[in-house]
Write a protein of this length. Structure first.
Ligand code: PEP
Ligand code: MN
Length: 352
């Protein structure tokens, strides 16, 4: 259930509706928007009788939600969410770039890549401190030692640190030393991890599971938001198909599909989405062209020596060229603001 307040509703009127929701044992999620506040209700397993809210002062409309998700929807928040991270943002007018090595391997490697990332004007440095590897014998990341390097990079370059949490205690460390919690494809349905990230004050970058439908992915985002963390960034990184020419099939149609349903920012990862360095730039261009709010790109100073994902890593010079190109594409692309704009365009075309 969703309660839409009148544009003229006061903060006290919103608080009064929230109090009723909490008194009957549910959780209220007030979402202030440009023209009005809407309040999502979670915690109910069956339908709630919405009529009890109809006559409260300031209430414009009570909407029964028939979709499986509530908080991620444009019904709740018609404007796009812009995630603000201490001066940097994802989802706004600026194209967000999150770049760095697959894994933090040593100080020299991490610093060389961080320098290239900073020079490109990117605001976010990625790098796995813990790595989810298919083989138990593959490099698993430096662990806590990697944090010393990350902390130095954050200080030296002023970049925001994005790293993946594989387990619940990792979230505590990211809260202490990092800026964005990444939840990887393999953990997209790790519900206790999603809930823990949902109780964090840090934004969460949620990758699409490699076999996840759009609905499953959005419900994973809903898990985080239902705990009160509304700063979720979705990341398309490809799904497994019968294709053998790529590591995953990068589903770029998910970007406009999500735009039609959700206010959350969505970025594209052409590195994991293709698995091959020569495909990263073409698919990065395409990702920006379809309206992604940003890109996640793997970069390595010496890809031939990388301890993980070397085949898909760009060299700093290739990466710099990619950034110049995607910025130009972004300039030339009219951002699709939201559902109603797209619908308007579709209608206009149909009536030509
Ligand atoms: C990563 O970003 O390094 C990673 C492991 O990605 P994914 O979860 O998409 O496989
Ligand atoms: Mn990787």
């Amino acid at each position: 259930m969703l309660i839409v307040m009148k544009p003229s509703a006061t903060a006290r009127e919103v608080d009064a509706v929230v109090a009723v929701i909490e008194t009957i044992g549910f959780r209220a999620h007030p979402m202030p928007g440009a023209t009005r506040t809407a309040i999502g209700i979670t915690g109910n397993q069956g339908p709630i009788d919405g009529r009890r809210f109809e006559n409260l002062t300031g209430v414009a409309e009570v909407i029964r939600v028939t979709k499986p998700y509530k908080l991620i929807t444009l019904d709740l928040r018609p404007e796009k969410t812009v995630v603000q991270i201490d001066g940097a943002s994802i989802g706004g007018s600026e194209l967000a770039i999150i770049a760095g090595p697959c894994a933090i391997e040593n100080r020299e490697q991490a610093f060389a890549v961080a320098e290239a990332v900073q020079q490109s004007g990117a605001r976010f440095f990625r790098g796995g401190v813990w790595k989810p590897r298919t083989s138990p014998y593959a490099f698993q990341g430096l662990g806590e030692k990697g944090w010393e390097i990350m902390a130095e990079i954050r200080d030296a370059f002023g970049l925001k640190i994005v790293t993946e949490a594989l387990e619940l205690p990792h979230v505590d460390l990211i809260e202490r030393y990092g800026d964005v919690i990444q939840i990887g494809a393999r953990n997209m349905q790790n519900f206790s991890l999603l809930r823990r990230a949902g109780r964090s004050k840090l934004p969460v970058l949620l990758k699409r599971g490699m076999a996840a439908t759009l609905e499953e992915w959005l419900l994973a985002a809903e898990y985080i938001m239902a705990e009160g963390n509304y700063n979720v960034i979705l990341c398309e990184r490809g799904v497994r198909t019968f294709a053998q020419h790529t590591r995953n099939t990068l589903d770029l149609a998910s970007v406009p599909a999500i735009r039609r349903i959700s206010h959350l920012p969505v970025i594209v990862d052409p590195s994991h989405g293709t698995g091959s360095a020569y495909m990263v730039t073409p698919l990065a261009r395409a990702g920006v062209a379809v309206g992604a709010d940003g890109l996640m790109i793997e970069v390595h100073n010496r890809p031939e020596l990388a301890l993980s994902d070397g085949a898909q890593a760009l060299r700093p010079s290739e990466y710099a060229q990619l950034i110049a190109e995607v910025r130009a594409i972004r300039e030339a692309t009219v951002p699709l603001a939201n559902n109603s704009d797209q619908q308007f365009q579709v209608d206009a075309l149909a009536h030509r």
